[in-house]
Design a protein around this ligand. Sequence first.
Ligand code: PLP
Length: 391
Amino acid sequence: MPRHPKIAASTQGLTSRVFSALVPRIKAYEGETFPLHVGDTWLEPLPAARAETLATADHPLVHTYPPPHGMEALIEAVAGKLERRHGVTRTRDEIQIMPGATGALNAIIRALLDPGDEVIIPSPFWPLIRGLIGSRGAVPVQVPFYTRLSEPGVDVEALLEEAITDRTVAIYLNTPNNPTGVTLTEAQLDAVANVAKRHDLWVWTDEVYEDIYLHDTPPPAPLWTRPDMADRTIATHSMSKAYGLSGTRVGYSHGPADVMTVVRGVQTFVTYCAPRPMQVLAARALDQGDEWLAATREAYREQAHKAADALGMEVPSGGTFLFFDAKPYLDEEGDSALPLLLRCVDEAGVILVPGSATGTGYDRWVRLCFTSVGPERLDRALDGLRKVLGR
Ligand SMILES: Cc1ncc(COP(=O)(O)O)c(C=O)c1O
C-alpha cells in the first residue's frame, strides 16, 4: 500500500521526459537547435480554425463547460467527416468528443481494462501507449511487429497469436504507424481481424495518421469500417496531426453505442470534457479543412522526400516520421543509439528520439520527425545530420 511518501506501484518510473538523457546536452548547445524529436508541425492551422477567431462578442459563453459528450456542431462535423472519408454513417451515440487521442485512449483503457489485464501493443509504438496502459495497473504486452511486416513469408496472425494469454483483452493497432510510417495492407488487416475474432478481443484502432499518407493512395479501409469488426472496434482520431491543432487537445472516438456510453461515463470522470473553445475550432477544421488538408499532405510529402533522401531511406507510406536502425553509424559492438543521438545534439543541434522509447528491442533505432520544423530549417537540420552521419 503506497503510504506517504510512496507512490502507486503502477506509476513508478512514469515521467514526462522520454528523452531525459539528452536534456543537459541540449541545454549546453549554443547554436540553433532542431526539435525533430517532437511529432508536431511548423504550419499554422486553417485560418478559420485559429484561436484568434474566437472573440467573446461573437461567441458568447465560449469559456463555459460544454456537454461531456461534446458540442453538437463538432459531433455533426465528426459524423460528416467519417461519412465523407469512409462512406460509413456513425450516429451521435456512437461518437464521443475527447481531449485529444491521448485522453481518448486513457478513457478507453479505463473503461475496458481491470488491473492485471493485458493489451497487445505491436511495436515499435507511439511512446505514450505503454504508460497509459501501465498506469491503469494493466499490462502492455509488446510484440515486435511493424518492422517485421516486410520479412519474406511473415505470418502476421502467428506474430500476434504468440502473445495472447487468457488475460488478453485488446489489441491496440496504429496504422499508419508512429514511428515506422508502415501502413497495414488489407491482408494484414484481415490477419489482425482473424486473431481478434478467434479470441474475442477488442481492437482499439489509432487513426491519428489516417490523413497523412505519403504515397499516392490512401490507406486501405480501416478495421472499424468492416461490418464483421464494427462490434469489437473502437477507433480514435485526433485533430493534432493532420489539422495542425495539437495544442488544442481535441480528438474523437467512436464504436458500438453501448460501449461508448461507458467510455463517455469514464471520460466524464477523467477530464469531464474537451475544451469548448477548441471544439469550435475543431468543428470548423473538419467542415472546411479538406483543401487545407490536401495542401498540407503535399507539403509533408516534400519534407518526407528530403529527409528520406538525406538518410538514404525510402519514403514511408504514412505518418510524419522516419525510423531507422542506427547500426551503420555506431561502433561495432554498439547496441544503443544513444552515443549517436548525443553526437547529433553536440555537433548539429539536432534532437532525435531513441528507439527505446518506442519499445523493447529498439535501443539501436532512431526516430526523426520531418514536420516539426519548416522547409528551410529542415534543410539546415538535415545538412547537420548528414555531416554527423558522414553521408
Ligand atoms: C499514434 C499516436 N496516437 C496518439 C497520439 C496522441 O494524439 P493527441 O495529440 O490527439 O493526444 C499521437 C501523438 O503523437 C500518436 O502519434
